[in-house]
Write a protein of this length. Structure first.
Length: 278
């Protein structure tokens, strides 16, 4: 049975690693490994690929929408999952530390599911299962390139290259490869789609969240400097806002409850008489 991989696109490109594994990356790696082991032990690989890999025609005609999610955890062999998980750890850990677990996982699955959806739209009649996490991982590579553009990676362990050029090169390869009429075991359109979704998320969602976070940091940090002429109510507000901002810095905007968001908005109005961005 023929099926397509989504794979990282480079084999020995890495930077100087640290061995921290934040909880979100760890969770994804563990789930992928468990699914891979169960798939190999089942002896029903082809059936599982057809059911849980991404088959565009089945998603379109039979409404098997779960495949847009499950294909991210199905891999075609040991090397396939090894390199996908290696790249996830190598580039994902710094993003999770920077963004927080919730934002990282939201970005990961948005890129993966979005890449799957775009693949379905561009390959509606395909009955070839697509498996692998690289739709999401290519999105992570884009985010890493935006976040750490001048960090160095070492292709094949020898040739230094800035991350932004590596990501640009992978994008160019994915673009032209996706235009090729030649059949391949690599789903280049899924790779390219993951990168496109990643760019859109960064520009239209993540940047706006960062604008809101920066607004509150700049406008409310003055609370810490108000040490005189404070009544008990202002002191209490100062403490509560500090706690919320600490949570915001540690885990990102999505970690806040609806009540905490409302409290920040109200505090800003009371202290500064202005309105934060919606």
């Amino acid at each position: 049975m023929r099926y397509q991989y989504t794979s990282p696109g480079f084999r020995r490109g890495f930077s100087r690693p640290t061995f921290t594994i934040p909880s979100g990356v760890k969770l994804l790696v563990i789930i992928n490994i468990i699914v891979f082991i169960l798939t190999e032990l089942s002896g029903q690989r082809n059936m599982l690929f057809s059911s849980f890999g991404l088959v565009p025609n089945q998603v379109w005609t039979n409404f098997k929408v779960w495949q847009l999610f499950t294909y991210l955890f199905v891999h075609g062999g040991f090397l396939h999952i090894f390199f996908n998980m290696f790249v996830l750890w190598m580039f994902g850990k710094d993003l999770e530390i920077q963004w927080g677990k919730n934002e990282f996982l939201l970005f990961y699955f948005t890129c993966g599911i979005g890449a799957g959806l775009m693949t379905v739209l561009f390959s509606i009649n395909s009955i070839v299962p697509i498996v692998g996490a690289s739709g999401a991982i290519y999105g992570l590579l884009v985010a890493y390139g935006f976040t750490y553009p001048n960090r160095m990676v070492y292709l094949y362990g020898l040739f230094p290259l800035k991350v932004k050029y590596m990501v640009l090169g992978l994008g160019v390869i994915a673009f032209f490869a996706s235009l090729s009429a030649n059949q391949s075991n690599v789903s280049h359109i899924t790779h390219l789609s993951g990168m496109i979704i990643g760019v859109l998320y960064i520009y239209f969602i993540l940047n706006w969240k960062n604008i809101k976070m920066e607004y509150y940091r700049l406008r409310l940090k003055n609370l810490k400097q108000k040490t005189s002429a404070q009544n008990d109510e202002e002191v209490l507000m100062n403490k509560k806002v500090d706690d919320i901002l600490d949570k915001l810095n540690a885990s990102g905007w999505d970690s806040l409850t609806e009540q905490e968001e409302k409290y920040l908005t109200q505090a800003s109005k009371e202290l500064f008489g202005d309105h934060p961005p919606n």
